[in-house]
Design a protein around this ligand. Structure first.
Ligand SMILES: *Cc1c(COP(=O)(O)O)cnc(C)c1O
Length: 414
């Protein structure tokens, strides 16, 4: 085959946002007007209607019996968490700080759960007092929770986070199978359950989470089915009936050229099947999936302003006031092995003639501060607005803001 006939793979079309008069619309508002309303650049903007739409699409594809939780580490902005709390069935937190935001959001404490290795004694005490569900990840946590329950008089509600003996295949980040810092190895769970029973903690169920950012429905189906089977096996050792079975998540979104949006029907069909089996196997249980990125990632953009246009030995650089200190993931330094470009555009020149090979960089004194490497973008100059798509998850809160001492970006929910 001749190389010249091969089309390079393209980014998935970012058609979740409409365009009018040459401008990208965020929350229905032209980007330049939104920038004026925010009052400064750079900023993150999250589109409220897209958040609602994503949850509605997901609910339509999944059986009604499946409960949907939002893993708020993907985007902990309080306004976003409040909005999500009104849409989903529960919030998953990963720290005492996130727990405060989740409680403020108005989510019912009964529907908040807390996972994470290395929970401190203070965080565990906070969680017990709040009456949320704690996903136990070690024998140490059982001992501390027993003590807290005894001294406080509030009984800890617990589930067991299992480190499964399998992993989510083809996922961006594996979080199960083999030795892991997350959860308790499946083979040690019977002993852990015995200790939970002895300590008099309120056992509610199991939490299995085997990976993140998967775009392969068959891999997700496989992981969810295996999670179910493993839970069924472990339930024999449980001190009381299972009331809560969290089958994890791992749904991905397309970031890079050649990636497509996840196809939901087979996942929905499998969950319907598991749900039916659960009526026999776990009659008292609700089945839960927990998603972060998939719920919020596509609804967000990061917007930086061009402050210089330089040409170095033929290479055009758009130098912006934003960069890796605000958006580490888009710079390729948050778990990517080979750097690839996030989808990007010049948001106030959507009809503009495109020039190839443009690089977008930030103001930091490091060559790692790269937002787009040799991309085709509309011809842009000082004052134009570079938009990085797929920025609603693992954006600001996953970036080293203090690096080089620039101002924090604004964050708005539109
Ligand atoms: C990070 C995390 C999630 C969310 O993962 P996404 O890939 O954002 O959906 C869910 N559950 C647990 C336990 C996590 O650690």
């Amino acid at each position: 085959m001749q190389a010249a006939e091969r089309q390079p793979p393209l980014h998935a079309t970012m058609d979740q946002f409409r365009i009018a008069n040459g401008e990208l619309l965020i929350g229905g508002m032209p980007l330049s007007r939104l920038a004026a309303r925010v009052g400064r650049t750079p900023f993150y903007a999250y589109d409220r209607s897209l958040l609602s739409q994503r949850v509605a699409q997901l609910r339509a594809a999944l059986p009604n019996s499946i409960k949907l939780h939002y893993a708020m580490k993907a985007n902990p902005m309080p306004a976003v968490v409040c909005h999500m709390a009104g849409l989903v069935d529960g919030i998953d937190v990963a720290s005492g700080g996130e727990l405060r935001v989740a409680l403020d959001s108005g989510a019912n404490p009964a529907d908040i759960s807390f996972a994470g290795p290395g929970k401190s004694r203070a965080e565990l005490a906070q969680a017990v007092a709040a009456s949320i569900l704690i996903n136990i990840e070690s024998f140490r946590e059982v001992a501390i929770l027993a003590e807290i329950s005894q001294t406080s008089g509030y009984t800890a509600r617990v589930a067991v986070r299992v480190n499964p003996d399998f992993e989510l295949k083809h996922s961006g980040m594996k979080m199960g199978g083999g030795p892991k810092q997350f959860g308790v190895d499946a083979e040690q769970v019977p002993e852990l359950l015995a200790q939970i029973g002895k300590a008099g903690l309120a056992f509610e169920g199991f939490h299995l989470f085997s990976g993140s950012q998967s775009l392969k429905p068959e891999a997700i189906v496989d992981a969810q089915s295996q999670s179910y089977t493993l839970a069924l096996r472990l339930a024999e050792y449980a001190p009381s009936p299972v009331r809560f079975l969290n089958l994890g998540g791992g749904f991905g979104i397309p970031y890079f050229p050649g990636e497509q949006r996840l196809d939901l029907p087979s996942i929905g069909a499998n969950l319907a099947d598991l749900s039916k089996r659960a009526r026999q196997d776990f009659p008292a249980a609700e089945l839960v999936i927990e998603l972060g990125r998939y719920l919020v990632g596509e609804a967000g953009v990061y917007v930086a302003e061009v402050i210089d246009r330089k040409v170095s030995r033929g290479q055009v650089y758009l130098v912006t006031n934003g960069g890796l200190h605000h958006h580490l993931a888009a710079s390729g330094n948050f778990g990517q092995v080979i750097r690839k470009n996030y989808p990007a555009t010049i948001g106030n020149r959507m009809d503009g003639a495109v020039e190839p090979g443009i690089s977008v960089v930030g103001p930091l004194c490091t060559p790692l501060d790269l937002l787009a490497d040799k991309m085709a973008l509309a011809k842009a100059d000082v004052g134009d607005l570079v938009v990085i798509f797929q920025s609603g998850a693992y954006g600001l809160s996953a970036s080293p803001q203090a690096f080089l001492g620039h101002e924090a970006p604004a964050e708005v929910l539109v």
